[in-house]
Design a protein around this ligand. Structure first.
Ligand SMILES: *[C@@H]1O[C@H](CO)[C@@H](O)[C@H](O)[C@H]1NC(C)=O
Length: 470
């Protein structure tokens, strides 16, 4: 049985009143919450809770840039009030990779903000300490181990001790080729840390399926060093970003075709890799194409309005909400230690809207790095309550596969060579020779594309019309 080690951890937590493991965070970009009010925060928290997310890791950037970004602290204040009412948790995730405006976090500002929320029941704690995460802290000269140690000492002196769990990009990237060596270097280079958030949820610039080797290496290095903080494993559905600025390093896709279910499968099947916490990357990072939230409103008066700028060219119309069905299924499995019973028919499917070889008319100031890695195919992940055949089509290409209530099944159908006029994929669930459910993709696949777009659209073939009704 998977999750054996975690069941022990939970039992121990009950008897000693320490923080229970097996929690799930979702990475939340505070930069995209400018229009949020309290009710909007609650709406997001409710949607996150529905799939088993326990906390948002609030990613924010130093607010000192001409006072421009100081509103972030106000939104975070609202988020705490909302979380208290929703019985939801929040974690500060300081973005320490940001150096725009030449402004940086200072220990005193961080201490001040952490202390402000220390009394809130919504503050996520680990063994009674405030849990603090970061993105980075190892690459920008203003930070580093001494900075972290100073922050910890300052918080301890004010009786608000923290458990520091940073995401250090150098070591996570290095772990792809040398997991154990990189984990060892992280431990010796950053003695101040208590736990680790391994940000690398995608194969880095390689046409390879991801393994959990790096996760295992970091987790065992922490243990060996006697660290008391959690190992946080990141899980993400995709990655594509295109800044369209002419710099070839600023437009990339990472090989993510079946990454999301594959990585979840690895923690439900593998006793040897059981993180203490999972962080979903991300809830609402639109430009990186790994958002799980429904798209933000484009109505400027809406409380979830987000200004997408050029990113809108590959984000708008590309809903990802169906991926939350996958997340919910595996999170429930991970938390309970057993596969959830399947009571409904659903096929989640996703596809890119142009073949990888297409020369699109926009967004092409540079070649997209790794653009040959994704397969030109429609991917499907099926959960059915009773034996069924799932039928997929993309123009003249079709594929059928068997699905049953024992667990998820997967299938794929390649893009046809003739895409003239655009081809819209279709998916059907067939039982006893009858089509029970049918769904057509929201967008066609075409080689007459207007923007380089490696961000997939996600559809759901299901009985219920509304996505939120599962
Ligand atoms: C990744 O694994 C899938 C099976 O889940 C396989 O079809 C695919 O070819 C693999 N990709 C690579 C690059 O090896």
């Amino acid at each position: 049985m998977a999750r054996f080690s975690n069941l022990i951890a939970v039992a121990a937590a009950v008897s000693t009143q320490v923080a229970a493991a097996a929690d799930v965070f979702a990475h939340f970009m505070v930069q995209n919450s400018y229009a949020y009010d309290g009710a909007q925060w609650k709406t997001d928290m409710k949607a996150a809770k529905r799939i088993g997310v326990d906390a948002f890791a609030l990613n924010w950037v130093p607010p000192f840039c001409d006072g421009d970004l100081s509103w972030q602290a106000d939104r975070i204040k609202d988020a705490f009030t909302a979380a208290e009412q929703m019985n939801f948790k929040l974690v500060h995730s300081f973005d320490m990779s940001w150096s725009e405006c030449d402004t940086y976090w200072t220990p005193s500002y961080m201490q001040n903000i952490l202390s402000q929320h220390a009394g809130s029941p919504a503050m996520y704690r680990w063994n009674s300490n405030i849990l603090v995460t970061t993105y980075g802290g190892d690459q920008v000269a203003q930070y580093g181990n001494a900075f972290f140690q100073g922050l910890k000492d300052g918080m301890k002196a004010s009786s608000n001790s923290i458990t520091l769990v940073p995401a250090l990009s150098k070591y996570s990237c290095g772990a792809q080729s040398d997991p154990e060596g990189s984990a060892k270097r992280m431990i010796s280079g950053f003695p101040s840390i208590d736990g680790y958030l391994n940000w690398q949820a995608w194969p880095l610039d390689e046409h390879k399926n991801m393994t959990v080797e790096a996760d295992r290496a970091f987790q065992s290095a922490l243990k060996k060093a006697g660290k008391t903080g959690p190992y946080i494993m990141s899980i993400s559905p995709w990655q594509y970003k295109n800044l369209n600025n002419g710099n070839p390093w600023d437009a990339w896709v990472q090989y993510s075709d079946t990454l999301f279910p594959d990585r979840f499968e690895s923690i439900t099947k593998d006793d040897a890799c059981q993180p203490d916490i999972i962080e979903l990357i991300s809830w609402n990072d639109w430009p990186e194409s790994h958002y799980l939230r429904d798209l933000p409103s484009q109505d400027m008066g809406a409380t979830d309005y987000a200004e997408l700028g050029e990113f809108g060219n590959y984000v708008l119309g590309h809903e990802h909400g169906g991926w939350r069905i996958i997340a919910k299924y595996y999170i429930s499995w991970w938390k309970t230690g057993k596969a959830p019973k399947i009571t409904k028919d659903r096929v989640v499917y996703w596809y890119r809207v142009h073949p990888k070889g297409a020369a699109c008319s926009g967004g092409t100031s540079t070649a997209i790095r790794n653009h040959m890695y994704p397969e030109d195919a429609v991917f499907a992940w099926a959960l059915v309550k009773k034996e069924a055949t799932v039928s997929m089509s993309a123009g003249s290409n079709t594929h059928k596969f068997h699905a049953d209530s024992k667990g998820p099944s997967m299938g794929r159908v390649s893009f046809p060579s003739d895409l003239s006029g655009g081809v819209t994929p279709e998916v059907a669930i067939i039982r006893n020779g009858k089509t029970k459910h049918w769904s057509k993709g929201s967008q066609p696949i075409t080689d007459a594309c207007e923007w380089e777009n490696y961000n997939p659209v996600v559809g759901v073939c299901r009985g219920q019309a509304k996505l939120t009704a599962w």
